[in-house]
Write a protein that binds this ligand. Structure first.
Ligand SMILES: [Zn+2]
Ligand SMILES: [Zn+2]
Length: 884
């Protein structure tokens, strides 16, 4: 056997994957050229965190991207899949702080510069881990263009955007209520705050009305915040309180006089209809405070302890203070009661500490003006969500958007390019540190804070292509074609990319947003560390290969929907790989490397057999259906169609149908069969390539006269001339006959070596012709000794078994199939068995006690059984009648 045919006996992913991946990269297949004769197709990777390790979500997300990229590359687009990583400010900083803690140090011991040095060191050592894991999955990213959110170019883009938004008045510094994590000691964004329902309490407290014996009762879930109360608010229309508006109450414990104000924000129906107002510790109260010009004292420190404004509670942790305050209120008679109350509490996504809404001086992006064009671009379809239902979530968020707090009290990240004059307080926002204050010549100090990580990833689709420089890449590859991501980061990321692109590029960042679901465990639970039910994609690859993992993630998957992970399915797809491998081995072993099959195939049009026409026509249809489904992002459906074609039509049927010709002495017929096999194998490997890149390349490389690599081979195209409808139909009739005969033989336990005469009766000429043509297939695949085709039902043995298919009736003489005596014996036994079963079931169903007690479901089950046994009995009796 020739060298090139040497596919090893079994498919071993480990021996193939690394070698092929290396070859692809080496040959530059993943690096596109800027070619204006070709259309570009671009995807930017959702940059994984440098602290990340590949999990199932990444595996799914990146498999989808790789399928799209490989497919478009084969279609002739100039495809760029741009990879990179995110510096993940809070996650990375937490990691470094943790390592330092083990050495007994804090970040302040190292100072800002020392700390950043450590962080870069860490990045150099571990930041590439996830990138290498993506390579194992087969991702065809252009690694020559790899980017990092903190690299020079991306940082330049960040600073440019910050300055430009500041100059337009769209970035401002102000005091607002932000989410504060007392443990991470930084502000965090709304979307990094995870809300859970918690069991809590409503503490009902009465505030004495100044100068009377009256009280106003309020309720709070955070009694410690009362230290910062500056008013009590009621609804202006509330008859219960109208007379108190404008009067004052005494704030218990603090012994401070605060006003009773009227504000429509108060819900009269809720609780007592009176609420305490703590402007520095609650976002709604803050708004009330602004409207009424209330003082806004902040009573808590950054670490969650009460500060000096908290009187005797100063220095206590917030929860310690709460206990003490409740105790004091009770002792002094201000506590009315405590009621259980479940409410939603925000937690820090990183460390799970309860978030404290707190008034703080931070940098904000003014969102309303930026949201408008971002809404428009989705409304008018320039950006489309797949599936479309996610655009509603997007609109809802965008239309209700709040200003975005972008400053973080962290060191690892883009430092805010703002400088404060130490003398006159002037703020200078600039790319480079100015030497002196432009106003007074005083000393300048840069803002200590860094920007929210999402500020830089929001620019990812254009910063990675070179913006703000007008690079060739930017001109050619922007806007990108599709963004692939999970539904969990529509707000975090997708929305911000859209408004950032509209603001800075005046053009949408991508044409489609493909949203996929999450991968759950076999029971449908989210994979999580705490449940310990996560499955490491690298383990799956190690055991079954990347192709099986990829196929498992895609088949059955539809846009926007969650999926479950079953090991059994991965195993099934690894069996699929083996089935393909064995089929390919068979084809290669039965073809001749030196024959020019392309030429033979192209000149064979008139020499094809029905089976050849059928498989070619089926392949042609498959090409159309797969391509159409991929255009619609229905990758799961495309994968299933390819699977079915290869497994059933090609392996189970065509290869079996074609075998006799391969062993034939008729050289021409043999060559046509071989050429068809090669053609179908080659094209089905191409269709499968985006889904299973490794095995398809390995097989392709062994196909005679195949091109250099399947990666850069041409995607098959639908060809009307390859549509053979009538031959296809004929073959299906033959297959129906074969299936029918096989079924009845299986039912009757006929061994394959026992051949029978096959009499086919049809009054339709075209069916008779088809059967005539297919008689050799029927002989071979339906164990037929002889195929007799008739126009009418004449001379058929009386005891023949009959099979009805569309357009024909098939008869198999009984004595060809079985020994009469033995069969009668077998059927009698069967009858006895069924009699017993029926007796048992009927006994139950006529038992009144059973009927009275058993659940409906159980009774129905028994009834179903009775029906099934009766049907079987009818069949047995029928067969016995014929035999006797
Ligand atoms: Zn935290
Ligand atoms: Zn100054």
């Amino acid at each position: 056997m020739e060298e090139a045919k040497n596919l090893s006996k079994a498919y071993e992913p480990k021996q193939v994957e690394e070698k092929l991946y290396h070859m692809w990269v080496e040959n530059g297949y993943f690096t596109p050229e800027i070619d204006y004769d070709k259309e570009p197709y671009t995807i930017v990777i959702p940059p994984p965190n440098i602290t990340g390790q590949l999990h199932m979500g990444h595996a799914l997300d990146n498999t989808i991207q790789d399928i799209l990229i490989r497919w478009r590359r084969m279609q002739g687009y100039s495809t760029l899949w741009l990879p990179g990583t995110d510096h993940a400010s809070i996650a990375t900083e937490a990691k470094i702080v943790e390592t330092l803690a083990k050495e007994g140090k804090t970040k302040y011991d190292l100072g800002r510069d020392g700390f950043l040095e450590r962080a870069w060191e860490w990045k150099r050592e571990y930041g590439g881990r996830i990138i290498n894991q993506l390579k194992k999955l087969g991702c065809s990213c252009d690694w020559t263009r790899e980017r990092f959110t903190l690299d020079e170019g991306c940082s330049k883009a960040v600073s440019k955007v910050f300055i430009s938004l500041y100059e337009k008045g769209l970035i401002y510094r102000g005091e607002r209520i932000i989410n504060w994590c007392p443990s991470c000691k930084t502000s965090i964004s709304d979307i990094e705050t995870i809300y859970d329902d918690e069991k809590g309490h409503f503490w009902h407290i009465k505030y004495p009305v100044n100068g009377t014996d009256d009280f106003i009762e309020i309720a709070t879930t955070r009694p410690e915040t009362m230290l910062g109360d500056t008013a009590v608010a009621v609804h202006p229309e509330d008859e219960r309180y109208k007379h108190l508006i404008g009067k004052t109450v005494i704030l218990p414990l603090m012994n401070k006089e605060i006003p009773v104000i009227a504000d429509e924000y108060v819900d009269m129906e809720f609780g007592t209809g009176a609420v305490k107002i703590t402007p520095a510790h609650d976002p709604n109260d803050f708004e009330v405070g602004l409207r009424h010009n209330l003082p806004m004292p902040r009573v808590m420190n950054d670490d969650g302890t009460i500060n000096e404004l908290g009187g005797k509670y100063s220095g206590l942790d917030r929860y310690e203070a709460r206990k003490q305050i409740v105790k004091d209120l009770e002792e002094q008679g201000y506590l009315v009661n405590i009621k259980d109350h479940d409410h939603s509490v925000g937690h820090c996504q990183r460390c799970n500490t309860t978030i404290e809404p707190i008034l703080s001086k931070q940098w904000f992006v003014k969102m309303k003006p930026l949201a408008e064009p971002a809404i428009e671009v989705v409304e008018d379809g320039r950006v489309k969500f797949v599936p479309d239902r996610f655009s509603k979530i997007y609109f809802n968020w965008m239309e209700n958007i709040q200003d975005w707090c972008i400053s973080r009290q962290l060191w690892w990240g883009h430092r805010i390019p703002a400088y404060y004059c130490q003398d006159c307080g002037e703020i200078i926002v600039a790319d480079k540190a100015p030497e002196k204050c432009s106003k007074c010549g005083g000393e300048l100090k840069q803002d200590e804070d860094t920007l929210d990580t999402w500020f830089s990833s929001a620019l990812w689709p254009f910063s990675t292509l070179g913006w703000p420089e007008e690079t060739e890449d930017l001109k050619y590859f922007y806007p990108t074609s599709v963004l692939v991501t999970g539904y969990d980061i529509i707000f975090f990321w997708v929305a911000r990319m859209i408004f950032s692109a509209m603001e800075n590029m005046k053009k949408e960042p991508f044409k489609y947003v493909y949203i996929h679901g999450i991968v759950r465990d076999a029971e449908g639970r989210k994979m999580s560390k705490s449940l310990g039910n996560g499955i490491d994609p690298l383990d799956v690859i190690d055991k079954y290969g990347a192709d099986a993992l990829r196929f498992n993630l895609i088949s059955g998957n539809s846009p926007g929907n969650d999926m479950r992970f079953f090991w059994e399915r991965v195993e099934a797809f690894s069996n699929f790989a083996n089935k393909i491998w064995n089929a390919a081995r068979f084809v290669l072993m039965n073809t001749d490397e030196n024959k020019d099959y392309n030429t033979i195939f192209n000149s064979s049009k008139d020499n094809f057999t029905t089976a050849d026409y059928w498989i070619l026509s089926k392949l042609n249809k498959l090409i159309k259906e797969v391509t159409d489904n991929m255009e619609k992002f229905e990758l799961g459906i495309a994968a299933q169609k390819i699977y079915d074609f290869i497994w059933f039509e090609f392996c189970d049927w065509y290869i079996e149908l074609v075998k006799p010709r391969l062993y034939s002495d008729l050289d021409e017929d043999k060559s046509v069969a071989q050429a068809t096999l090669i053609h179908v194998l080659k094209n089905s490997m191409k269709l499968l390539h985006p889904f299973m890149p490794f095995i398809t390349e390995e097989i392709y490389s062994h196909i005679p006269q195949a091109s250099e690599s399947i990666v850069i081979s041409r995607w098959p195209e639908y060809d009307e001339a390859m549509d053979f409808a009538s031959q296809e139909e004929n073959m299906e009739i033959i297959m129906e006959a074969i299936k029918g005969i096989r079924n009845i033989r299986a039912e009757m336990n006929v061994v394959p070596s026992r051949k029978s005469k096959t009499i086919i009766v049809s009054d339709r000429e075209e069916v008779r012709n088809a059967m005539e043509e297919g008689s050799s297939y029927i002989q071979k695949l339906a164990h037929s000794s002889e195929v007799i085709i008739k126009g009418e039902k004449k001379d058929i043995p009386e005891d023949a078994v009959s099979i009805i298919i569309e357009g024909a009736e098939i008869f198999l003489p009984l004595e060809d199939l079985i020994d009469k005596e033995k069969e009668i014996e077998r059927l009698m036994k069967e009858k006895e068995k069924l009699d017993k079963e029926l007796e048992r079931v009927r006994g139950k169903l006529s038992n009144e006690k059973f009927i009275a007690k058993a659940p409906d479901k159980v009774i129905q089950e028994e009834k179903d059984k009775e029906k099934k046994y009766m049907e079987l009995m009818d069949k047995v009796l029928e067969r016995l009648k014929v035999l006797k």
